[in-house]
Design a protein around this ligand. Structure first.
Ligand code: SF4
Ligand code: SF4
Length: 116
């Protein structure tokens, strides 16, 4: 069975362009939404994302909505802990495909690392 994990040097979910995420308001509270929008750079990437190293520059203090945990996903999406693995895999696939393409190196790497 595939097991979700975050693949290093991917960063697809750090592309925050709100036009690609029309449902933001349904899972972020007003305070989180304000923070989210304040992090969107002109090119749609998070201002905290280092595009050269593809790493988060505030990793240890990143907002809760950047964290894949049973608590955050239950709060934002109503996902039960036992559903988290499958849901997170689908989220990553969707985001990686949208940002890099479904035949991209990032996509292949993700599929390999989750065990497919
Ligand atoms: S899209 Fe998924 S694998 Fe890529 S950086 Fe985000 S959480 Fe990690
Ligand atoms: S704060 Fe960090 S983890 Fe969150 S979107 Fe920005 S770069 Fe990505």
């Amino acid at each position: 069975m595939a097991t979700w994990r975050c693949v290093k040097y991917c960063g697809a979910c750090c592309n925050l362009d709100p036009s690609d995420r029309p449902e933001l308001e349904t899972y972020l509270n007003p305070e989180q939404l304000h923070l989210y929008l304040s992090m969107v750079g002109e090119d749609g990437w998070c201002v905290n994302f280092n595009q050269t190293t593809r790493e988060c520059e505030i990793y240890d203090t990143r907002p809760s909505f950047c964290r894949v945990t049973p608590e955050t996903f239950q709060e934002m999406f109503g996902i039960e802990p036992e559903e988290l693995n499958e849901f997170a895999i689908d989220c990553c696939r969707e985001q990686i495909e949208a940002v890099y393409g479904d035949r991209s190196l990032e996509s292949l790497k993700f599929e390999r690392e989750i065990g497919l």
